[in-house]
Design a binder for this molecule. Sequence first.
Ligand code: DUC
Ligand code: ZN
Ligand code: ZN
Length: 466
Amino acid sequence: MAVLIKNGTVVTAEGEGKADVYLKGESIAAVGEDLSPESGDEVIDATGKYILPGGVDQHVHFSFTYNGSKVRGFETSNAAAVGGTTTLIEFVNQEKGRGLVETIEDYRKTDADGISMVDYAFHMVMTDPRDEVIDEIPAMAEAGYPTMKLFMAYKGMFFHADDDAILKALYKGKEAGVTIMVHAENADMIDVATKKLIAEGKTGPYYHAVSRPPVVEAEATRRAIYLAEMADAPLYVVHVTCREALEEIKAAYSRGQRIFGETCSHYLVLDTEDLARPDYEGAKYVCSPALRTKEHRDALWEAVDRKWLNAISSDHCGFDFAVQKHMGRGEGKSFADIPNGAPSLQNRLNILWTYGVCEGKISRSRLVDLFATMPAKINGLHKKGQLSAGFDADVVIFDPDYEGVITAANNLEGVDYTPFEGFKQKGRPETVFLRGEKIVDNARYIGRRGQGKFIAGKPFGASYEW
Ligand code: DUC
Ligand code: ZN
Ligand code: ZN
């Protein structure tokens, strides 16, 4: 069945204008003026609405485990749909002693296929950098997984990676067109500061930020850039949060290195002071890197506007407050025991629109680039993230006139809180199509479990284009 969306304003990464959008089967058949329906087509009048490509969230955690506590999984992916995101990219931690492809494919079969309500792809997280694992990187890319992250943070945890692993991954990744990503924080600096704070009795959630200040992120970002320089390979820095790390990325880019990065919605609107909220509510805001001050938020908004950063992700992590976020409370416990991460799958577009577009920090076109187009290109998802003929018919009809308040009470993330509780919201995704099928109608999820499908990424994504 075909759908013709008429009279809306189509927003792309290049600009915007009045146009109709024709969806036929799973693809966009045409974008243009005065398109006519065929008999039997559904026609939607989008007068006064914006038409955006379905979002691509390149940074979600549906399998992350911290101190034995696990996040909510793909069964909550309808939260992405109502938030206007139609493709998710999940980080899968390699299991020790196992190969890369087998780890992702086992996880995919048991935890994503037949469950996900939006389309999905995967990044590998390498945790066991044996020679045969490094040698498997090209096969991983050929299997549809052309991106791999390494955690420079988290000393003592099985997923921590040292410089040796990162450099080997950069060398081998470059041969195969794999984009190497890093979570850039200096693990030793955090470890020493954490132990010192705990010894001083400074154990509450606020000290999470004190244990990992911007210098921790700047040091690791610079080191990763040097490693990428040595390998002459591109590098992607996930969740950039501070001015100092941004400066490292900009400097490397202007020296001619292919260094790229993203930030995440919570770093643009939340504050270090949120970690000091009473009644242990500060624990809701424990994520890594830590939340920053206004000075850094301003720097991030400028960076996303000026293309110094090229994507805004959620870094969604569905730990609940009542039990999981309380793991740092009690005798002998500290902020270091609180699972890292916050739920934000549903509100990425709402935050970017209300606090970015409506406050004049980014244009609608810039939003589309950061929310959908660039994340698709970086990850080699060649039919996602654009409103053009031949692309997947993943489309959001956005109502700019809606006004509301964000609350966990009407959230589908399956978590008992949202870090954006009480935030004003302007505009909302009213209708969402996933490959031509309507999955959100009048801002309510109407799709089916298992409707999403796996999308294989192609190697040599945008970080290789110069
Ligand atoms: N940081 C988070 O806040 N959550 C998941 C993993 C990470 O690095
Ligand atoms: Zn991270
Ligand atoms: Zn993350």
